[in-house]
Design a protein around this ligand. Structure first.
Ligand SMILES: Cc1cc2nc3c(=O)[nH]c(=O)nc-3n(C[C@H](O)[C@H](O)[C@H](O)COP(=O)(O)O)c2cc1C
Length: 317
């Protein structure tokens, strides 16, 4: 099946990454993706160290394949980062800013670094700081992202990256997206929304069903969300989340002053800690429009690759 050089580097069989989902447990999904030959990821937001260590141990119990542990600057948890270094996953992935010092610490521990970037300036910073793989994340993406579209950002970053592999993210949910990413010079894809609507993802059925039912215009940038989300902890951080519309999202976008941060912030965090939060802000990308079913993650990995191969061979419309 389709392999690119980044597969060798990351120790995976197929060039498909399942995105990290910040504060939501996704161990069963990551296991399924790894076992299907892709790279599973684990987010680290909003949990204490004991819970993170349990998730990493569970992951290693269920798969011997490589996986990524993700950190962001919203905010960076230094203790969790140091514990990650000590746990030595094959890969650390990072989003929202480029932390040169943390990249050095990962490399000193023999851990690969995947840096997600949202524009060309950030890509230049990441290349200069020695990132091993870049994810060029277009503004279509679910969760936090920038404004530049995937179709513009991927070739722009590929042109800058030289021998450093680039993966494409944002708006990709099927084999046509993977094929397009390869044609643009990427070596593979990272998908979030598609994998969120998988059988193994321990998210609420309502969230998954809303993704299946959504059109692209239902996944909106949540301007005003900085009122209730934790602040960034490092300079140079940016990103505005994209989520499906809810009354809460609409109020944040249109009348943010109606939301009381002192009440709404803790309410959202309490829901997130209980594995929910989607009733307020169901993160999802425009690619929700391309997701028509809730499928096993392994089938998603293999199906996307098979379809891309057929597209590239001219056997698919
Ligand atoms: C629910 C959700 C949570 C996310 N959390 C993170 C995160 O914690 N760290 C990160 O690097 N990216 C995160 N992302 C962004 C993904 O890495 C990825 O760029 C995005 O999902 C790609 O766009 P797509 O959703 O159209 O596939 C998240 C995305 C979603 C949908």
């Amino acid at each position: 099946m389709l392999r690119t050089p980044v597969c060798e580097l990351l120790g995976i069989e197929l060039p498909v990454v399942c995105a990290p989902f910040g504060p939501w447990n996704e161990v069963p999904l990551a296991v399924a993706v790894c076992e299907a030959g892709g790279l599973g990821s684990l987010g680290t937001a909003a949990r204490d160290l004991a819970r993170l260590r349990d998730e990493w141990a569970e992951m290693r119990r269920l798969t011997s394949r490589p996986f990524a542990v993700n950190h962001t600057t919203r905010p960076l948890d230094e203790d969790a980062f140091q514990a990650t270094i000590e746990d030595r996953p094959r890969v650390i992935s990072f989003h929202l800013a480029v932390p040169r010092d943390l990249i050095s610490r990962a490399h000193d521990a023999g851990i690969l670094w995947i840096q997600q970037v949202m524009d060309a300036r950030q890509a230049a910073e990441a290349l200069d700081a020695g990132a091993d793989v870049l994810i060029a994340q277009g503004g279509e993406a679910g969760g936090h992202g920038g404004e530049v579209s995937t179709l513009v950002l991927v070739p722009q970053v590929v042109d800058m990256a030289g021998d450093t592999p680039v993966l494409a993210a944002g708006g990709i949910a099927d084999g046509r997206g993977l094929a397009a990413a390869l044609v643009l010079g990427a070596q593979g894809v990272s998908m979030g929304t598609r994998f969120l609507a998988s059988q193994e993802m321990p998210a609420s059925d309502e969230w998954k069903e809303r993704i299946v039912a959504a059109d692209a215009v239902d996944a909106v940038k949540v301007a005003g969300s900085e009122r209730i989300l934790p602040p960034y902890s490092r300079p140079g951080s940016f990103g505005v989340p994209r989520a499906l519309r809810t009354p809460f999202v609409d109020t944040l976008r249109e009348k943010p002053e109606d939301i009381d941060p002192g009440e709404a912030g803790p309410r959202l965090m309490r829901a997130i800690h209980a594995g929910r939060g989607d009733e307020f802000m169901p993160f999802a990308g425009q690619s929700a429009a391309l997701v028509h079913d809730i499928r096993p993650a392994g089938e998603i990995v293999r199906g996307v690759v098979r379809e891309a191969e057929a597209v590239l061979a001219g056997q698919h419309r």
